[in-house]
Design a protein around this ligand. Structure first.
Ligand SMILES: C[S@@+](CC[C@H](N)C(=O)[O-])C[C@H]1O[C@@H](n2cnc3c(N)ncnc32)[C@H](O)[C@@H]1O
Length: 292
């Protein structure tokens, strides 16, 4: 078994199912990943037949379950494709199988891809969203909601001008749930909690890996579910986007990918990011020296 110091900020090459056997139980605070899609991208790193997807995934998620801390979270970015003119059910089947494996299906976030190209198929429109499915080991898990608050924006100004008397008093829920809202309370605040729909642009800059997610995607979940110094795993790491996000946020990462070429690509990306940071620090120093 590796110690935590041995795995800290490392990129391992191999099948995540085998690599994880060397990592102790309860190691990670967050697992966030985008696995190979069923039968897609056959030419790059091999596809798994959609009918076999659940069977392929379960031995790997068994390891994820073991290495995730009890208070940790697993975010699975996935989207079912259409086969033979209909949506395949492998993602839905996978959710059910993961529940049977012991996971709690806590939430589903939608990643709305803001910048997809227009397109048309005979019987459907272009995909512009993907699932980010949240699983946990127990109902009580670490979540830092304040870390992802967003500016309230123009909604407040507009709503304020139209505030009714009812809005200004506590509005007891009409369905008798006991929950109520007082909209005027929210108007005094500058920051609000986001919804479970994430409006993020897709990655256009990285042409070398065919299925990169934008750095803003892992960044958002890392902020929501971890603190500085926590451990984050991406078992299908590709070009290392999750590692990049971890580096920027001072989290420790462990990356795994079956292809050596992606490790090299990730290391180049990380080195470039570090160089960029050093350049910025250098420029700031020069400026402050000039000002003194
Ligand atoms: C959708 S891509 C991940 C892309 C990544 N999120 C990024 O931003 O670059 C899936 C990755 O899983 C890797 N992969 C496929 N089977 C694997 C396995 N059994 N163990 C580890 N990695 C695997 C592929 O090589 C590929 O890079």
């Amino acid at each position: 078994m590796f110690t935590k110091d041995q795995i800290k900020n490392q990129y391992f090459v191999g099948d995540c199912k085998d690599i994880l056997l060397n990592i102790e139980d309860d190691t990670f605070d967050l697992i966030i990943t985008s696995p190979p899609y069923a039968d897609q991208r056959r030419n790059t790193y091999g596809g798994i037949h959609p009918d076999k997807y659940v069977e392929w995934f379960l031995p790997r998620s068994e390891q994820f379950l073991r290495v995730l801390k009890k208070t940790g979270t697993f975010i699975l970015n996935i989207k079912e494709k259409a086969f033979n003119g209909e949506r395949h059910t492998y993602v839905i089947d996978l959710i059910k199988a993961l529940k049977d494996q012991g996971w709690i299906w806590t939430e589903e976030f939608i990643w709305h891809k803001k910048n997809t190209y227009p397109g048309k198929w005979p019987n459907r429109f272009r995909d512009a969203w993907e699932r980010c499915i949240q699983f946990n080991k127990q109902k009580k898990f670490n979540m830092y909601q304040e870390a992802v608050m967003i500016p309230i924006g123009d909604w407040a100004k507009e709503r304020l001008s139209r505030l009714s008397e009812k809005d200004k008093i506590r509005d007891i829920s009409a369905v008798g749930s006991g929950f109520g809202k007082n909209v005027s309370n929210w108007l005094k605040r500058n920051m609000v909690y986001p919804t479970n729909v994430l409006y993020l642009a897709t990655e256009c800059g990285n042409k070398n890996h065919s299925a990169v997610f934008p750095v803003t995607l892992p960044t958002w979940f890392i902020k929501l579910f971890t603190l500085e110094g926590d451990f984050v795993l991406d078992p299908f790491a590709g070009s290392g986007t999750t590692a990049l996000a971890c580096k920027q946020l001072n989290r420790n990462y462990v990356m795994i990918d079956i292809l050596e070429e992606y490790k090299i690509m990730a290391e180049e990306r990380l080195a470039k990011a570090v160089q960029l940071e050093l350049n910025v620090i250098g420029q700031k120093k020069v400026k402050s020296n000039e000002n003194n």
